[in-house]
Design a protein around this ligand. Structure first.
Ligand code: NAD
Length: 263
């Protein structure tokens, strides 16, 4: 199936590793001009962009911007307007996780998780949407989580933020439904990325058990397939949602979670 995304300008937030990088790679392979992003330039973004430009043969640039800082987001989007003339595809992927019981949840952690996982999607969407509507075509994909649909203990900020992303996408979808712009949320279960690798190590230490047991008995316990979702699977779904085949899919929250939310 040819997705026909050649020349589309795609901004993927938080895309120097994990799911975001996988989505960026897939969109570049489909012919998009890709903007990689991470919080600061010291994270190897320029090098990763140069590598992806070489392997894909597409224009790939890197722009640092802290998704926890609305002014940095506005400057990023304004800069892309000047440099590329607009953004056709926005993937709100940047995200962090902090885990505490609710009574002990530090206020600053709550604010940071909400800022990067949810507020950033509002600020990016607000900045790029008028251009998409003007052009009569646009795709916005929010990368939430199974935690955008169901909850787990100790993840109050993350679960609130991810549920918020689902709601934001629905409103965005309704507001631009007749303008050729779609907005959807992708809700992955556990995907093996640097973010999850950190959780495996800390859980192995906390429980004093081997990593294989942490993976099977703790992390993948809610995921009936008992396997990690693959980055490439999330990237393929995202790319499909960006294509014209998905023109009628809007305002949807799509699980890709090995059956987690089917329970
Ligand atoms: P990751 O840690 O591998 O990648 C996160 C990316 O976000 C990195 O590129 C990092 O540089 C960037 N980032 C972090 N803080 C940022 C900031 N302030 N400004 C700009 N960029 C920032 O994580 P991942 O597992 O690939 O997660 C990507 C997204 O997918 C997140 O939103 C996460 O919540 C979501 N998700 C992950 C899983 C999973 O199991 N890995 C499951 C469901 C949803």
């Amino acid at each position: 199936m040819k997705l026909a995304l050649e020349g589309k300008r795609a901004l993927v937030t938080g895309s120097t590793s994990g799911i975001g990088l996988g989505i960026a790679e897939r969109l570049a392979a489909e012919g998009c001009v890709v903007v990689l992003n991470s919080r600061s330039a010291g994270e190897g973004g320029e090098r990763i962009a140069a590598g992806l430009a070489e392997t894909s043969g597409r224009k790939v640039i890197y722009r640092a911007a802290d998704m926890g800082d609305p002014r940095a987001i506005q400057a990023l989007c304004a800069g892309l307007m000047d440099e590329l003339g607009g953004v056709d595809i926005l993937v709100n992927n940047a995200g962090i996780q902090v885990v505490h019981p609710l009574p002990e949840f530090p206020e600053e952690d709550w604010e940071r998780v909400l800022a990067i996982n949810l507020d950033a999607a509002f600020h990016t969407t607000k900045a790029v949407l008028p251009g998409m509507v003007r052009e009569g075509w646009g795709r916005i994909v929010n990368i939430a989580s199974a935690h955008g649909l169901v909850a787990s203990p100790f993840k109050s900020a993350y679960v609130a933020a991810k549920h918020g992303m689902v709601g934001l996408a629905k409103v965005t979808a309704l507001e631009c439904a007749e303008q050729g712009v779609t907005c959807n949320t992708v809700c992955p279960g556990y995907v093996w990325t640097p973010l999850v690798e950190k959780q495996i190590e800390s859980q192995a230490q906390a429980h004093g058990i081997e990593r294989e047991r942490v993976i099977r008995e703790i992390l993948l316990a809610p995921q009936p397939t008992r396997r990690f979702v693959e980055v490439g699977e999330v990237a393929a779904l995202t790319a499909f949602l960006c294509s014209d085949f998905a023109a009628s899919i809007t305002g949807a929250a799509i699980p890709i979670d090995g059956g987690w939310t089917a329970r």
